[in-house]
Design a protein around this ligand. Structure first.
Ligand code: URP
Ligand code: ZN
Ligand code: ZN
Length: 467
C-alpha cells in the first residue's frame, strides 16, 4: 500500500515547490502536482505545512564508556528522541578507548544498535591507537561499510592520538578515500592548564572553559589542517565552537585544504555563563570544546549562513545529574557532554530560520543534505527525490511549545535548553515510508532502523567534494 503526502511546501537544499509526494514501499516514486494515486492510498494532508527531507545528525554518542561512566541513552531511547525531533538518521561515534581492540569495539557498537534503533544509522570509526594491527583492522571496517574515521586530538591517554598516529591515520584515509572527522584541541596545553587551575584551588565547572581556551582549539584545528594538507586527506572538524578556530579552518579552506566544518547545537545557543552557574547547575553545561564567550555565537551563525560551517550536529552525549556530580570536587572529573538529538531541528529552525534570518535552504543543507553528501549517504538520504528513501518530515510551523526535561524522550533528568521556546515541530515523520512519529509521539516500529553501509568517496579524484 502506498502513502501520499499531499499539498505541502516541499523544501530541499535548493528548491521549494508545493507538490505531492507518493511513496511505494520504502521509496519516493513520484513527485508532482495533484498526483493520481491508487484508490485506498493512505493520505497525509500536509496543506499549510513544510515537508523536509529527513534530518541527519552527523555526530552523536549513544553507547559511550567515557570518564569512568557511560552516556545515558540506549539506541532505543535515543532513536525515538531523534525521530520525534525530526532526525531520521544519525551517525554515531564508535569510540573504543586506546586500550581496547578496534574490531571488538566495532562489533560491540554494531550489536548495541542492531535491532534496537528506530531510525537508520551509521558509524564513524574512532582511531584511538595506531599500531601494527591497526591498518588491517581499519581496512576491514571500511570494507564493512563504515567509510569515515574519527580522531581525538584531546583526551590524552584515553581516546587521544599522538601526532604520529594522526599522520598514519590520515595517510591510510587518503589512500582509501575515507573522510576523517576530528576533535581539535591541544591535549598537552589542556592538561597543563587543568593542573595549574586545580593547584590554585579553582575546582568548579566555571574553570572548565579557562582550562581549554579558544587558542587551544584554534591550534588543534590548524594542526589538523596542516596534517590534511601534507597527506592530501579529506577532513571534517567536529563541534567547532569559536571564532579563532573558525578562522584557522577558513584559512585552510582558502588554501585548498579539503576541510569541512561542523558546529553543534549548544554552541549556537548557549554560552559560558551557563557553566558559571552554581554547583551542579553549572556542571550540566560542561562539554568539550567548552561553551564560549557570547561573541562567538555571531561568528558561528554568520559562518553557517555563508556555508563556511558546512553542517550542524549535536554531539548528543547525555549524562544525568548524578553523573555530573562525579566532578563535584574537581571540574576535570565532570563527564563532558550534553544531550541535543531531540531538539536540534526545532531549535535551529526557531532561532535560525524563524527568528534569525537563516536561509531555509541552508538550514536543510546543513542539517540534512550536506551531512548526507559528505558521509556517502546521498542521494539515498538528505533530499526529496524520486528514488530516494522516503525519510520525510512534515513540519508544523504553527506549533508553539517549550523545551522541557519533563516531556523529553532522551534518557536524562535535565535538558540544557530547558525553557527555550520553539516555533515549530514535526507533525509526521517517516522512515523509509513508514510513519514513525505523529504530533510528538512515537507511533512506529521500534528497532526498524538499519545500518547504512557507505562507500569511500573522498579519493584522489575528489568525486565527492561536497558543498
Ligand atoms: O563534551 C563532549 N563533547 N563530549 C562528548 C565527547 C566528545 O568530545 O565529542
Ligand atoms: Zn569531541
Ligand atoms: Zn562528540
Amino acid at each position: 500500500m502506498g502513502l501520499l503526502i499531499k499539498g505541502g511546501e516541499v523544501i530541499t537544499a535548493d528548491a521549494r515547490p508545493r507538490c505531492d509526494i507518493y511513496i511505494e514501499n520504502e521509496t519516493v516514486t513520484s513527485i508532482g502536482q495533484a498526483l493520481d494515486v491508487p484508490p485506498g492510498t493512505e493520505t497525509i494532508d500536509a496543506t499549510g505545512k513544510l515537508v523536509f527531507p529527513g534530518f541527519i545528525d552527523p555526530h552523536v554518542h549513544i553507547h559511550l564508556p567515557f570518564m569512568a561512566t557511560f552516556a545515558k541513552d540506549t539506541h532505543a531511547t535515543a532513536s525515538k528522541a531523534a525521530l520525534i525531533g525530526g532526525t531520521t538518521t544519525f551517525i554515531e561515534m564508535c569510540c573504543p578507548s586506546r586500550y581496547d581492540d578496534a574490531i571488538e569495539g566495532y562489533q560491540t557498537w554494531k550489536q548495541k544498535a542492531e535491532g534496537n534503533s528506530a531510525c537508520d544509522y551509521a558509524f564513524h570509526m574512532a582511531v584511538t591507537r595506531y599500531d601494527a594491527a591497526t591498518e588491517a583492522q581499519l581496512r576491514a571496517i571500511v570494507k564493512d561499510g563504515t567509510a569515515s574515521f574519527k580522531v581525538f586530538l584531546a583526551y590524552k591517554d584515553f581516546f587521544g592520538v599522538t601526532d604520529e598516529e594522526l599522520l598514519s591515520t590520515l595517510k591510510l584515509a587518503a589512500e582509501l578515500g575515507v573522510i576523517t572527522t576530528a576533535h581539535c584541541e591541544n591535549a598537552v596545553l589542556v592538561s597543563q592548564q587543568q593542573r595549574k587551575l586545580l593547584a590554585e584551588g579553582k575546582t568548579g565547572p566555571e574553570w572548565h572553559e579557562p582550562s581549554r581556551p579558544e587558542m587551544v582549539e584554534a591550534e588543534g584545528t590548524g594542526r589538523f589542517a596542516a596534517f590534511l594538507e601534507q597527506t592530501g586527506a579529506t577532513g571534517y572538524v567536529v563541534h567547532l565552537s569559536c571564532e579563532p578556530a573558525l578562522r584557522a579552518a577558513v584559512d585552510a579552506k582558502l588554501r585548498g585544504v579539503k576541510l569541512h566544518v561542523e558546529s553543534v547545537l549548544p554552541h549556537f545557543l548557549l554560552d559560558k555563563t551557563y557553566a558559571e552557574r552554581d554547583g551542579v547547575e553549572g556542571m550540566k553545561y560542561v562539554m568539550s570544546p567548552p561553551l564560549r564567550a557570547p561573541r562567538n555565537q555571531c561568528a558561528l551563525w554568520a559562518a553557517l549562513d555563508a556555508g563556511l560551517i558546512d553542517t550542524v550536529g549535536t554531539d548528543h552525549c547525555p549524562f544525568d545529574t548524578a553523573q555530573k556530580l562525579m566532578g563535584a570536587e574537581a571540574f576535570t572529573q565532570i563527564p563532558n557532554g550534553i544531550p541535543g538529538i531531540e531538539d536540534r531541528v526545532n531549535l535551529m529552525y526557531t532561532y535560525g530560520v524563524k527568528l534569525g534570518g537563516l536561509n531555509i535552504h541552508r538550514f536543510v543543507d546543513a542539517l540534512s543534505t550536506r551531512p548526507s553528501k559528505l558521509f556517502g549517504l546521498f542521494p539515498r538520504k538528505g533530499t526529496i527525490a524520486v528514488g530516494a528513501d522516503a525519510d520525510l518530515v512534515v513540519y508544523d510551523t504553527e506549533y508553539r511549545g517549550k523545551i522541557a526535561a519533563s516531556t523529553q524522550h532522551t534518557n536524562n533528568d535535565y535538558n540544557g535548553f530547558e525553557g527555550f521556546a520553539i516555533e515549530g515541530r514535526p507533525s509526521v515523520v517517516t522512515v523509509r515510508g513508514k510513519v514513525q512519529v505523529r504530533d510528538g509521539q512515537f507511533v512506529g516500529e521500534p528497532g526498524r532502523g538499519r545500518m547504512l553501509r557507505r562507500e569511500p568517496m573522498h579519493g584522489p579524484q575528489g568525486a565527492a567534494h561536497a558543498g
